[in-house]
Design a protein around this ligand. Structure first.
Ligand code: SAH
Length: 227
């Protein structure tokens, strides 16, 4: 079974619309839609926003629904200036930008017995590349930084760029990565850019959430068909 997570209705809806034989369960306030896409068993989860919600959702998908791998699909703020609204990026590595126990000599983002950067699954990344090439879609890759903050500030954006060498920022990816790494489940994080994490971010996000979420959902579904 393939687990798919989206944090907002706008992210899950375009995927849910394509699932067949849907059976929905509510656990811990989140919705899990079991269904079929391209003859593949899928469980699509609506996690709600943020690291805690995303972590619980990933754990339930693995433990309760027996997800063998997890794809995240959604939107993100661009840190790398080459990423424009609507562009797609998948994470090669993810980090929690709001983790700070540097007072004990640890690097920013680092948690003992857990680490800092989480590597995504090379096989899933390769499938994303193949699917994007087939569709003629431009697909970037790089570091995605995750934290429980909507970044809409140039100084904070530059701080994240400098400390984590991040290309994009969002609020769930590294939490999913952390859980999947702990459980040994391969994972993949795909994002389409909704804003540039700058002073216009709130405004741009509202305008482009739906269209960008759909761009990400479409590629994620094409990946499912290839798995
Ligand atoms: N408008 C929503 C809140 C959105 S929070 C509401 O009022 O309910 C932003 C969501 O989009 C998160 O799920 C996050 O993963 C992603 N995201 C997009 N741009 C982001 C940015 N600049 N900083 C952090 N997260 C961002």
């Amino acid at each position: 079974m393939i687990g798919i997570i989206g944090a907002m209705i706008e992210e899950t809806e375009p995927i849910l619309a394509k699932l067949e034989k849907v059976n929905t369960t509510r656990i811990g306030g989140n919705y899990y839609h079991e269904g079929i896409y391209a003859s593949k068993k899928v469980t699509l989860a609506y996690s709600r926003i943020g690291k805690v919600n995303a972590a619980v959702t990933a754990a339930i998908l693995i433990e309760r629904f027996k997800a063998e791998r997890i794809l995240f699909s959604g939107v993100a703020g661009a840190i790398n200036a080459n990423l424009k609204i609507g562009d797609l990026i998948y994470a090669t590595r993810l980090v929690q930008h709001d983790v700070d126990i540097t007072a004990f000599g640890h690097p920013l983002g680092f948690i003992p017995e857990t680490g800092d950067f989480f590597q995504t699954d090379p096989r899933l990344n390769e499938i994303a590349e193949i699917v994007a090439k087939e569709r003629g879609v431009k697909l970037g890759k790089g570091v995605i930084a995750t934290g429980d903050q909507f970044i809409a500030d140039q100084a904070k954006k530059e701080w994240i760029a400098k400390n984590y060498n991040a290309d994009a920022v969002e609020m769930e990816g590294a939490a999913v990565a952390c859980v999947c790494a702990s459980f040994g489940a391969p994972f993949f994080v795909l994002r389409s850019i909704s804003d540039a994490a700058d002073m216009d971010a709130g405004f741009n996000f509202d305008e482009f959430l739906k269209s960008s979420a759909k761009i990400s959902a479409d590629l994620a579904l094409d990946m499912v068909a290839k798995l």
